[in-house]
Design a protein around this ligand. Structure first.
Ligand SMILES: *Cc1c(COP(=O)(O)O)cnc(C)c1O
Length: 393
């Protein structure tokens, strides 16, 4: 059968294209650092790229390759590059695709360290960056400079849940030879395929939805075409931010239930979003599945579902958020997201604490904002937990 033509769920189960010599139903963990060549000629061919034999795990490993192939199929890309973490994916993208003197335009509310490393580290090498509200295409166009080489979008953005139009971004970027990179962590390939919408590179923190069990830190990059793929793969091998085979095995295991987990969490999230919107102590709710979301129509066009991430604000602000954090019992007070367990966190004092007050305000990361990652527990229990926590606010 042609796996590329099969449905998403079939790809989740059979997309790895791994053929085991003993017929193993799962991809084994090739826990090895190096691979013995058959003879000197074989070794030479492997190094020359004339044989697909493995050489050394930093360069490639069967367990890791199975995961790379599977995610590349799910994202409709040329090939995948598995890395040690989501941040290793961010860093590899920057290192491989930017030169000194280049300029990046990006979403103001992105994953904190993806912005931090640009403003605190890459600036030392002469890379410039501008952070703006990318929900408005005119704002992006105005931010472009003659040396802009990358448009880096996170949609829905973290933690504001604002949605950026990827088709419009691709059109704008490609007119000027700019590469469009999308952080697809919040959606996973189940809800959104940026490469199909025109992006050149997509990446994930697989720590979140793709693995989904809060037991692995991992990342992956998928390029649409070979030229970009080769540049990214080469940088990963040089920098040594490769994945470990055991990590790849755990992600392969979590990945199989991606659609089941997301469907369940999303059903829960829809009900929780409505509960929050009607709660007297809640000032506002941002959830792509609510008509009140400012980019509700765009979300419906570009995403195949509204997901399980909710941001909301409390009328009693920072203090109220703090009280709620300290009074929920089922929801874990923890950063990260996209796992089977419900998590709650307060970006202003936690994930985005290092962003300056002015930049936080500009990016819409207000002091009252609570980020809620809905898990797959019984929705009545999650709502009861929130209810009793909100009573104390
Ligand atoms: C967590 C996260 C990252 C970073 O991933 P790590 O696996 O923690 O290194 C990047 N982008 C988004 C949107 C994330 O949520």
């Amino acid at each position: 059968m042609d796996i590329e033509k099969s449905g998403f769920n079939t790809k989740l189960i059979h997309g790895g294209d791994y053929k085991d010599p003993f017929g193993s139903a799962t991809v084994p963990i090739y826990q090895t650092s190096t691979f013995a060549f058959e003879n000197a000629e074989h070794g030479a061919k492997c190094f020359a790229g004339e044989s697909d034999g493995y050489i050394y795990t930093r360069i490639g490993n069967p367990t890791i390759s199975a995961l790379e192939k599977q995610i590349a199929i799910l994202e409709n890309g040329y090939g995948g590059i598995a890395v040690s973490s989501g941040m290793a994916a961010v860093t590899t993208v920057y290192l491989a695709l930017l030169n000194s003197g280049d300029h990046v335009v990006s979403t103001d509310a992105i994953y904190g360290p993806a912005r931090g490393i640009m403003e605190k580290q890459f600036c030392r090498f002469g890379v410039q960056s501008t952070y703006i509200n990318t929900t408005n295409i005119a704002t992006i166009e105005n931010a472009l400079r003659p040396n802009t080489k990358m448009l880096y979008i996170e949609t829905p953005a973290n933690p504001t849940m604002e949605i950026t139009d990827l088709v419009a971004c691709a059109e704008l970027a490609h007119k000027r030879g700019i590469v469009l990179v999308v952080d697809n962590t919040f959606c996973s390939p189940y809800l959104q395929n940026p490469l199909d919408l025109g992006a050149d590179v997509v990446f994930h923190s697989m720590t979140k939805f793709i693995n989904g069990h809060a037991d692995v830190v991992a990342g992956i990059i998928v390029a649409k075409e070979k030229t970009l793929y080769d540049k990214l793969r080469s940088m990963m091998i040089y920098s040594g931010c490769n994945m470990d085979p055991h990590q790849a095995y755990l992600v392969l295991r979590g990945l199989k239930t991606l659609s089941l987990r997301i469907e369940r969490a999303q059903e829960n999230a829809k009900q929780i979003a409505v509960f929050l919107e009607n709660h007297p102590k809640v000032a506002w709710v941002k959830y792509p599945g609510l008509k009140s979301h400012p980019q509700y129509e765009l979300g419906k066009r570009q995403m195949r579902g509204s997901g399980s991430m909710i941001s909301f604000g409390l009328k009693s602000g920072f203090k109220g958020a703090e009280i709620l954090m300290n009074n929920v019992h089922l929801a874990l007070l923890a950063v990260s997201l996209g796992g089977v367990e419900t998590l709650i966190q307060h970006p202003a004092s936690m994930t985005h604490a290092k962003v300056s007050a002015a930049d936080k305000l500009k990016a819409g990361i207000t002091d009252d904002l609570v980020r809620f990652s809905v898990g797959i527990e019984d929705v009545a229990d999650i709502i009861d937990d929130l209810k009793q926590g909100l009573d104390k606010v």
